[in-house]
Design a protein around this ligand. Structure first.
Ligand code: AMP
Ligand code: GLY
Length: 431
């Protein structure tokens, strides 16, 4: 038996509150630190806003001093900056991919090349760094077509262009910059999107759930893209047959390809999928849990998260028993500050957030801060109100009932999270 040990979680969003909530429940977690953390994570451990996460030597020194036995990295930026490499070099087990393996998220071009090498189903594509060939390719292909900046763009680097002029403007915006840029132009895929999560140890992968995100800011999938306005899990549109296809045709060849390059992938592989008439196709990879998808995956887990994360960090997931309850659905509604995804007002008071939590309901916090007893909004996405249920419909009803108990006049939320899934459930039950 492993003795309980200290754990350091990196990040400060709703995803990290959900991870802290799951980690703190583990009998293996002796002490949980969160750097920097938020008022939500402070309910489950000790926030360390004083620890400079971008100073990897300082993080390693902290881990040695506090005898941290596992570091869990929530967001992508520290992964791409090589935090996991530096911690592992210092002998500290760290969950998440190395800098080289995080290119699966950090570089769209890298991922597309891997797909081509390994026959992974994805949209047909070409990569460009020069304006003229890119424009010529656009004219040859025609619209609709998709233009993506190559690099981390926080979800803002993608244009699904309905017309050629729109596509050309997107190409110019990326390539005209003084630095010069790189882009991927790809075929527009049609279908429904879903997210698929696999826990990986470099060679093995264990599926840990499906979800559907709601990226647009307004009801009916209108308005600009956001980090995600709500999610539910499981996504029944990912049938067991589709999940099997994703594991064998997408996840497994990705792990093989990464290992063959000498950059094995360990951590969370989050596949953004388009479920097309030709089967599931990879839109993109993220190399971390989604936000707000973590807020619906964590409450559905039946096993202990900590030994699974530790096993992945140590490169041996064999024998790891982490499951999720197929009969338990979860749904989360993001409450955001007016103006999000643009500029928002900070410091408005939120009342009743903690009291809205109840059996089967958790109010995860993202952009919040405390002022004495008061809870204040301090960011774009502020709360993720999450409920469990026997069906998505039940989870949805309970989550929205909890949202209505929260008194925050400056906040807003989508009213149709999970709507498509509820319609599917109703059709299946003949309602
Ligand atoms: P990404 O940042 O790659 O996740 O792209 C953002 C969104 O753009 C995705 O969630 C899709 O809705 C859309 N998208 C990206 N690539 C394609 C594609 N090849 N065909 C259609 N839609 C796409
Ligand atoms: N919710 C989308 C993401 O985490 O990338």
């Amino acid at each position: 038996m492993t003795e309980p040990f200290s754990i350091l979680l990196i990040g400060s969003g709703g995803r990290e509150h959900a991870l802290a909530w799951a980690i703190a429940k583990s009998p293996l977690c002796a002490r949980l630190f969160i750097a920097p953390g938020n008022p939500g994570t402070a309910q489950h451990g000790e926030n360390r806003p004083d620890l400079p996460v971008s100073d990897h030597a300082a993080v390693a020194a902290f881990c040695k001093a506090e005898k941290v036995g596992l570091v869990v990295v929530g967001p992508e930026a520290p992964l791409v900056a090589g935090l996991v490499d530096d911690l592992q070099a210092a002998g500290i087990p760290a969950f998440g991919p190395t800098k080289a393996a995080a290119q699966l998220e950090g570089s769209k071009g890298f991922t597309k090349d891997l797909c081509a090498e390994r026959g992974i189903p994805t949209a047909a594509f070409a990569r460009f760094t020069e304006l003229e060939p890119a424009l010529a390719y656009l004219s040859a292909r025609g619209a609709p077509i998709v233009v993506k900046a190559d690099g981390l763009a926080a979800g803002k680097g993608v244009t699904v262009a309905e017309t050629l002029p729109e596509a050309e403007a997107a190409v110019r915006a990326i390539l005209d910059g003084s630095e010069g840029g790189a882009l991927v132009i790809e075929e527009c895929l049609f279908g429904e999107e879903a997210s698929f999560f696999a826990l990986c140890d470099g060679t093995r992968a264990v599926p840990i759930g499906t979800a559907q995100d709601h990226k647009r800011v307004h009801d009916g999938d209108r308005g600009p893209n956001t980090g995600g306005m709500g999610a539910y899990s499981p996504a029944s549109i990912v049938t067991p047959a589709i999940a099997e296809a994703v594991m064998t045709r997408i996840i497994a060849p990705t792990l093989e390809g990464m290992a063959a390059k000498g950059t094995p992938f360990s951590g969370i592989l989050y596949a953004g999928l388009m479920l097309t008439s030709e089967g599931p196709k990879l839109i993109e990879y993220n190399t971390r849990f989604g936000d707000p998808e973590a807020q619906v995956l964590m409450p559905r887990l039946t096993g202990d998260l900590v030994p699974a994360l530790l096993a992945a960090a140590k490169g041996d997931l064999s024998g790891v028993d982490i499951g999720f309850d197929p009969h338990r659905a979860a749904l989360t509604v993001v409450m955001a500050a007016q103006g999000y995804p643009g500029a928002v007002r900070r410091g408005t008071e939120i009342r009743g957030a903690e009291a809205a939590g109840a059996e089967g309901i958790v109010v995860f916090q993202a952009g919040t801060r405390r002022d004495g007893e008061r809870l204040l909004a301090d960011g774009g996405r502020v709360l993720a109100v999450t409920a469990l249920g026997a069906s998505v419909r039940e989870a949805k009803d309970r989550a929205y009932a909890a949202v209505r108990r929260i008194d925050w006049p400056d906040g807003f939320f989508r009213t149709d999270i999970g709507g498509r899934e509820v319609a599917r459930e109703e059709a299946a039950s003949g309602d």
